[in-house]
Design a protein around this ligand. Structure first.
Ligand SMILES: NC(=O)c1ccc[n+]([C@@H]2O[C@H](COP(=O)([O-])OP(=O)(O)OC[C@H]3O[C@@H](n4cnc5c(N)ncnc54)[C@H](OP(=O)(O)O)[C@@H]3O)[C@@H](O)[C@H]2O)c1
Length: 290
């Protein structure tokens, strides 16, 4: 099943989407090396059927949203752009919590302006706190109020514990959860199953390993056995992990985009699934941070 409808909404997306974080410069800070290629990536993604793009005004900052607007505005009717608030970039590129009511309101306005939208489709509260017990009441209530004012269609939460997801649900409907998850990092297995039960989307970030792209021999071997690349194999496994999993692999090149989109039609045989199911982070080799 390729289509997914965010619960309680009319927003239906293809489960193979695109993550725009790679469209900023090194360290997700400053302009990209090749703006023309970024625009081409976005246009080709949409032409190929991608209708779910994940972004944030903190990428660049501002620049990634401006590139999305330049490439795709006026947006196709079925395009769902999901963004994130709750973080502010320092002048040194640092990522800092920004969860006061004022921060949230400002971030929503930034996203509206830079994306050229009157209403944001999906806004995730990106939690950035060292404390697992951090209460999301203030920022999520601020988002719920902006939703009631008509500035936001649907709400989600990112980098959240199950307790924080539940806390958010006491305040407003949650249509998606965006956490770190991939074939080697499976800490959210129980949460995915619970959200699937509730019909809520689970959107794994770093589906290809993020700053440390997935690279381990067991994945290479399984990929070779199904005549696919390791990245395609990792994405196909995610797509089959649960029906509520929506993919947003990131890339700055059309070559990688084409490769990644092909994962949506890759059928993994049961034995490949079984081998991937038992892979773990311990087997992965992580190249140094770029
Ligand atoms: N909620 C959050 O806190 C959070 C955090 C991080 C990311 N995100 C979202 O999640 C999306 C996905 O995460 P991500 O982009 O950081 O990581 P990712 O999708 O796991 O991996 C992207 C990295 O893999 C490379 N890559 C992509 N396709 C490839 C291919 N076929 N072969 C080899 N390398 C390939 C990219 O480089 P190239 O550009 O060279 O292809 C880039 O270095 C982001 O775009 C963003 O929207 C959210």
């Amino acid at each position: 099943m390729r289509a997914f409808t965010f619960p309680g909404t009319s927003l239906t997306v293809d489960r193979m989407g695109y993550g725009a974080m790679q469209l900023a410069g090194r360290g997700v800070f400053g302009p990209p090396r090749d703006r023309g290629e970024c625009i081409a990536v976005l246009r080709e993604a949409v032409a190929a059927g991608v209708n779910h793009i994940d972004t944030s005004d903190i990428y660049g900052p501002h620049l990634t949203n401006q590139i999305i607007r330049e490439a795709l505005h006026p947006y196709p009717d079925d395009l769902v752009i999901a963004t994130k608030v709750g973080v502010r970039r320092g002048s040194d590129g640092s990522w800092n919590p920004a969860c006061s009511r004022q921060d949230i309101e400002g971030a929503v306005q930034d996203n509206l302006r830079n994306l050229g939208l009157d209403r944001l489709h999906v806004v995730n509260l990106r939690i950035r706190s060292d404390s697992e017990n951090y209460s999301i009441e203030e920022p999520f209530t601020a988002l719920a109020e902006l939703q009631q004012q008509g500035l936001i269609q649907s709400l989600g939460i990112s980098s959240a514990t199950p307790a924080q997801v539940s806390e958010a649900q006491q305040i407003a409907s949650v249509v998606c959860v965006q956490n770190l998850y991939n074939v080697a990092h499976r800490e959210d297995d129980a949460l995915i199953d619970e959200l699937a039960h509730q019909g809520i989307a689970y959107v794994p970030f770093f589906p290809l390993g993020g700053f440390n792209p997935l690279q381990f021999s067991a994945l290479d071997e399984i990929a070779a056995s199904v005549h696919a690349t390791p990245m395609q194999t990792a994405l196909a496994w995610l797509l089959h992990r649960a029906p509520n999993v929506l993919l947003i692999p990131g890339t700055s090149t059309r070559e990688h985009l084409r490769e990644n989109l092909q994962a949506a039609v890759l059928q993994l045989p049961p034995d490949a699934h079984a081998k991937l199911d038992v892979l773990s982070a311990a087997e992965a080799w992580s190249p140094p941070h770029r």
